[in-house]
Design a protein. Sequence first.
Length: 653
Amino acid sequence: MPTVEKKGDEVFSDKLIKKEYINKLRNNHNIPHYVIENIIHRSEKPPTDPDLFSEMISGKLVDPKKSASLLSKIRGEGTCSIIDKLKVKYFQSNKKYLADCLNLGINRVLVEKELIRENPCLLEKEQWCEIKIKYLNDVASPDIEFALEELILLQGNSFDFKDYVKRVASLDTEHWLDLLFRSIGLEIDQLTQRQSYLLLARLIPFVEKNYNLIELGYRGTGKSYLYRQMTDDSILVSGGKTTIANMFYNLGTRQIGLVGRKNVIAFDEVAHVNFKDSTAVQIMKDYMESGSFSRGSHDIYADSSIVLLGNINEDIKLLLNKNVFTPLPELLRDMALIDRLNFYLPGWEINKLLTDCLTGKNGLLDNYLFAAFNRLRDEDYTEIVEDYFQLDKNLDTRDSRSVKKTVAGYIKLLHPDGNVSKARLKNYLELALEGRKRIKDYLVKFYPFEYSEQLFECAAVGGSEKVIPSLPEDKYNYQLKQKLPEPGVIYIGQIINNNELAILKVKIKSYSYGKGRLSFVNTYDKEIMKQLKKSFVNIKGKSTEIRKAINQRDFHIEFIPLLKEINADISKAFFVALYSLIYNKVITTSFIISEKSKLFRESFKNQSIRAIKIEEKGKLKTLLPIKTDDFNLYIEIPREVYENVHDYILLTE
């Protein structure tokens, strides 16, 4: 046995189960894995023959299709031992505890008070149990025909949190990470380090209250497995259809919905989600923001986390250059709802789970592990990150809250005692920033009038070290951007004082509805803004065709200064950008426009501006000349500009 595996098995020797058994039995029985694990764990001897053990489970597991014959057998023989899911309630009218046997299909089964005293959790939620049920025979009534004689819980009931924290702390992080992955059925050796930490993010909703996560990826990557099979504290909403009463609050019965009864609610196949009531999305937005919502005259609070799972049906390179939220249905592609997501897990980086990815080794019991996760929800580790790093002051409240909650989630999963080194915290911070930046970049791209670009830069407390996240998928954006520059985006350059270069990025956005209005997302030089307003009016007045196109939309301009400040007349450049946006035409490579000249495709020789690249101390820099007739003076330009060289429009003196 490898040292890493052996160390974890020694520390948790009494909490382990061989996951190989679960892999062999899970396809034969329609019950959750954690129930099968508890049945195995309770056995005096571990099963050496999975087939014989499977027969034993089959002999006790109730098949709803055969419930009538089983009831007949119980009436004839008097008693029978079965495995079923119970729902117990106390009825004030007759002072009795009565249970529903969900698979057997009967209700009002008498439960003695002694069984309730021994298992009070029966009153809190539905429980899988092994029970001995008896027929009351002569004392049976039309209302109560059966009673429970014996009961054994098949779900965890007791848990020592301090002992769990102590055990985890005795392991190196690598040892604990290996055991944690084996506990959820995976072999960490089959994953890259990045993939393993991305997969860990799937567990954050279990340990962090009111955590909102989205994962969009390819089929067969195990997106829904955790939420369906590992614990009764989560529910997988399949098929997409649900109601306000089921999800949030039933005004008729005055009972809270899933958000008050589950730790995690995961929507599978999110593309098919459809709320019957149009107000459901607004309630969901309120809940995702604050953990509360209003129904009737009630203000209701809950802490369930929300997970959105969806499939990608096209090449990721194409999706990333269009809209990373395309798999969402139209009603969820809501700007405010998306802004309430804490983390976007890039599911396209997760490989399909093949047989080699599944472990057959020892792992923690599901009930034990998720009891720990449930207890960790009560801990607050959101401020730990600020012991070492200061978040960018330009981040808004949702950005900083999302980053802190994600970092706290990683700490709870890997360092439940809250003790984490600066180096590891930095890794968690980078992932948290990336997961939130992926969401914010989308909002900036499609709603520029509402959101502005952010660096998501963090600085180390008391030092010069900085953490600046990058999105790995940007390499795909760059490759396609060279061929497909974005219409409506221009880079305007001006030579000022004969030896300096000013560069301004201008983004124009429009939507498929409007009345031909022009607005500015932010402010810039008053004269330039005045120029553009005047130019916009003139453009609408000169061409019937373009006027018609303009009057059907509203346009929003964002100024992004990159070097110094432009003070030239950029009306002509604005016209080109507006035209390219309206007709979805890309701006041709090396297209140059002069403040004093007509439009042309090839520049005159004395106006040619060419970039050169130099390497200085191992760092590659791109330089542009600051004079049109003197190539001895050059100035370094921002990385963003030369990576978007196909979007250039330069104004020259």
